[in-house]
Design a binder for this molecule. Structure first.
Ligand code: GLC
Length: 683
């Protein structure tokens, strides 16, 4: 393995740059461009050949480059996001090496961070980091740049891998570690003859890989060759990378996923500002870009630059609430599939989990256990009337809480957090199961609701006016089956069917077993509306006329039956597949995958489809959309190896169910949960 070093710079506005320099940096050893996706894409064929040979010369080891804040208070549990720039400057003045040679600088920060999670900290080699601080400008927040020693086992189980042993995975089965022994496997390794369509998909997926300092760190959102204005589709989106990551993991390629998790973790700690306001510390970016920029004074040399977007550049400045939740979910999947749990046990990773949870669990004015968010805070990242308590965020939140419960190291620092997680899981599942569920019976109840009920034993707790039941629903709701509504707030129940939220509720067991069955029954029954000619509708039905104008603000991209407004998104097929496998209905998923397979390659793997039946490629859909491709591959692999799927979903958690922490068992006010227990919570 070549141990070529690397030079990397991470930048962000308004904060400036941080320099990372490995032992054998490209400055000294390998004076060529480090592979960054954007650069590679602009190359002609002959240039590409030349460039490929450069890459070979400049290949990088499996080292992971990391950087983290210096000031430990920035990573304090339940810490605020207040600015401490003054402190930072003093620190920099103290710590930056004056003689210009980049060496180890600070030890106390790492140990401070270790104090946050002592049980794991002691396992990390004390001197394994090379820390460098560079002052890059006026607003720079100091960061530690860590370089992991080459000798450190980055992938866990390395010893076993070298010997070609087996690694025990969680469910007691064993995986052949040869699957994980190569960083870049050029052919799928599941040992099955894949179709031509899958081969094409793999090629495209690999073509979307972005490298940072010579190591793969993610996949860009789209590689549409005809796209002259990529906007931010040339970036690595956290949510978009999830199906890519799963495809790689299921194919035995763990390195890219590990790098992604670690690099995004480091980005989490950055100072982030939107017009002088700093959002919460644990916020994960919506996306990041790798730029290769020429070095000022070094002819022909380039540096790699990491440029995250925390929503401060995004259209509408939407908050990427789902990013952190997806990050936690992916971290758990990585552990489950590779059997390498050492990643989630790392001090910095544990701290990262806690920072995300702190953001989600911080007390506010909320009256409900659901997470309160602004519009466009998830896959639907435009104004679509999903502000408040949208189902998608609740389902991801619930999953992330369940993942964290599995992954957090319990110690004095985390024990209160673990209690908070358990309490929230319990309250959240009750709330969603009881109040979001919609079926014929429930609509009938709402139809006869009394309103303006002031009392603790009100039936219509959220004061939903019967008039809110939309006309389309009356005819649409099947006799059996049902779904979880899109949103619930005072006097507002969004009756639209949102696919991702419903599927993820099935996958995470946020819905009861019976509700989960009901959701799949409804999808089957309403196949022509939700799947038709391309799986799957992002939501149903579309907003039309005045509703469209008022709710979307007249968004010309979100016109009825297009994009987020009732468009069909093939990427959702992998989540459907997972839900179907979990519920013992793989044939349903196969049917959907077959529909997608017929059209996706011929249409160049579009981002989304338009019209009621999903007949046309989306008006402004990108082609070669990575999560369309990865979603297809993941679905195929899951269907072939359903036992792998079981590592990605959750069964009912009876411990959480049994818990009722409100204490309202007797007296004037009754516990709603106990009252409801008989019919909906446990089925
Ligand atoms: C669109 C989608 C969003 C996705 C992004 C990149 O903005 O709404 O969910 O992450 O494109 O593909």
């Amino acid at each position: 393995m070549n141990s070529g070093g690397c030079l990397g710079i991470s930048s962000m506005k308004p904060c400036s740059n941080i320099l990372i320099l490995g032992k054998k940096s490209s400055i000294f050893g390998c004076p060529f461009l480090l592979r960054g996706h954007s650069s590679e894409y602009n190359l002609s064929k002959s240039q590409f050949k030349f460039y490929s040979s450069i890459k070979a010369n400049c290949s990088h080891s499996r080292k992971t480059l990391g950087f983290r804040r210096v000031i430990d208070s920035n990573r304090r549990v339940f810490g605020g996001s207040g600015s401490n720039w003054g402190q930072s400057k003093v620190f920099l003045a103290d710590r930056v090496k004056k003689n210009g040679s980049f060496g180890s600088v600070v030890a106390n920060v790492a140990s401070n961070t270790r104090n946050n999670s002592n049980s794991v900290g002691s396992r990390l080699p004390e001197n394994s980091f090379e820390n460098i601080y560079i002052q890059g400008g006026f607003n720079v927040k100091p960061l530690i740049i860590e370089r992991i020693e080459e000798s450190q086992d980055l992938f866990g189980n390395d010893e076993a891998k070298r010997k070609g042993d087996e690694v025990k995975v969680d469910d007691g089965t064993f995986l052949d570690t040869d699957q994980f022994s190569e960083a870049e496997v050029s052919e799928p390794t599941l040992g099955i003859n894949v179709s031509e369509v899958e081969k094409e998909a793999w090629e495209l997926l690999r073509g979307a890989i972005v490298n940072y300092c010579g190591s793969p760190v993610g996949t860009v959102a789209a590689t549409d060759p005809a796209d002259k204005q990529p906007l931010n589709y040339d970036q690595v989106f956290i949510r978009d990378f999830v199906p890519s990551a799963l495809a790689f993991l299921l194919n035995g390629e763990a390195e890219i996923v590990k790098n992604f998790l670690l690099h995004t973790l480091q980005l989490q700690s950055w100072e982030k500002t939107v017009d002088c306001y700093s959002p919460g510390q644990g916020l994960m970016p919506a996306s990041f870009k790798v730029r290769s920029v020429p070095l000022n004074d070094r002819d022909g040399e380039f540096e790699d630059l990491l440029d995250p977007d925390f929503g401060e550049l995004a259209i509408g400045r939407v908050a990427p609430v789902d990013s952190g939740l997806w990050w936690i979910i992916l971290l758990r999947s990585y552990g489950k599939i590779t059997g390498d749990y050492s990643l989630q046990e790392r001090v910095d990773v544990q701290t990262g989990i806690r920072l995300i949870l702190n953001l989600c669990l911080t007390d506010g004015f909320d009256m409900f256990p659901t997470l309160l968010v602004t519009d466009g805070s998830c896959m639907i990242d435009r104004r679509m009337g999903i502000h408040g308590h949208p189902l998608e965020i609740q389902a991801l939140f619930y999953s992330a809480l369940r993942c964290s419960r599995e992954m957090l190291t319990v110690n004095d620092t985390t024990k209160n957090l673990v209690v908070a997680i358990n309490n929230r899981l319990s309250a959240l599942s009750f709330h969603v199961r009881e109040y979001y569920w919609v079926d014929l019976k429930k609509i009938n109840e709402i139809h006869r609701y009394k309103t303006e009920e002031y009392s603790s034993d009100a039936i219509n707790k959220f004061n939903i006016y019967p008039d809110q039941i939309p006309g389309w629903l009356v005819d649409w709701i099947p006799e059996s089956g049902g779904y979880l509504s899109g949103n619930l707030q005072p006097a507002h129940m969004d009756f639209r069917f949102f696919t991702l939220g419903n599927l993820w509720s099935v996958i995470s067991s946020l819905s009861t077993a019976r509700q989960s069955e009901g959701i799949l029954n409804l999808i089957e029954e309403k196949w022509d509306d939700l799947v038709a000619e391309m799986p799957l509708k992002i939501c149903y039905p579309a907003l039309e006329h005045d509703e469209w104008r008022i709710i979307t603000g007249g968004d010309p991209k979100n016109t009825p039956w297009s994009y987020h407004n009732g468009g069909s998104w093939p990427t959702l097929t992998w989540q459907f597949t997972l839900a179907c496998i979990k519920m013992g209905r793989p044939e349903l998923a196969r049917k959907a995958v077959a529909v997608a397979e017929q059209r996706l390659p011929g249409d160049s793997w579009p981002e989304y489809y338009d019209t009621k039946r999903g007949r046309f490629t989306g008006k402004q859909a990108r082609l070669q959309q990575t999560w369309t491709i990865a979603g297809y591959l993941t679905s195929k692999m899951l269907l072939r190896k359903p036992e792998m799927a079981s590592m990605l979903f959750w069964n009912e958690d009876y411990e959480v169910l049994e818990k009722c922490v409100c204490g309202l068992k007797t007296g004037r006010r009754n516990c709603s949960r106990l009252a409801a227990r008989s019919h909906i919570v446990i089925e």
